[in-house]
Design a protein around this ligand. Sequence first.
Ligand SMILES: [Zn+2]
Length: 303
Amino acid sequence: MKKLAFLLLSAIAFIAPASYAAEKLKVVTTTTDLASLTREVGGDRVDVTSLAKGYQDPHFVDPKPSYLTLLRNADLLEVVGLELEIGWLPPLLDQSRNPKIRPGGAGYLDVSQGVEILDRPAGAVNRSMGDIHASGNPHYWLEPGNAIRIAIQVSQRLSQLRPADAAYFAERLQSFKVKMNEANKRWTAALAPYRGAKIVTYHRSWPNFVRRYGLNVIDYVEPKPGVPPSPSHTFELINLMKAQKVKVILVEPFFDLKTPNSIAERTGAKVLVMYPSVGGTPALDDYFKLFDRNVAELVKALR
Ligand SMILES: [Zn+2]
């Protein structure tokens, strides 16, 4: 009798995890920020992997064979869109042969559709303007309002793919919104004394961030988006920064610090490495930690 009960129990134990484990939705995101926001909403019902690492420039990602396996097995692919991944994702999608996650498929989610986009070019775009994105600035995830807008879209899509867990996703979305609003109050208060502060950034990664917190980007180290610093632009920038008494240059961690450092030397400004993505360093392993760190360091630099 005991033996039979044991056999029955082990049979159940064997079957049960299989039917639950199979329930986890396999989500692949192009960036770590989307992965972090998806974990907030998806909890233990999702298995999330980001293709790009948080310390990589998301415009340029070297494809790896492992990406194909991830994409082939994915239930959902989330992308930043606005051409951010145009240089590396399309061939991977072709080769992965997973029709579910192709544009238009139930497993494809371009979250740029439901967020606030800045820097939309007014007229036609051409190559002389540098790496300008025709449909607007793709670095929109660096702002709490858009983080919530992304989470809403993720929650809706996860619910469509897994209706049985819709209530679970809705509840997690709700607590995420509360947590994000609380955190944003903290960040807003910390940066409030620096409203209107003039800064320079390397790339145009921060338009949504600076608008939210009232900072004023007067120019960029790149002469044009995606174009490396040139001596003539750097010379003009130094004069402008001196005239406007700019104290801080924000640089993404994947850019060479040589030009920013020499500008800093000649203007008295400070160079601050700002992380545009979760995972920029191992400690910054979620969206909240990313903002906590960036805001704290920015406050120190502006003080
Ligand atoms: Zn960019």
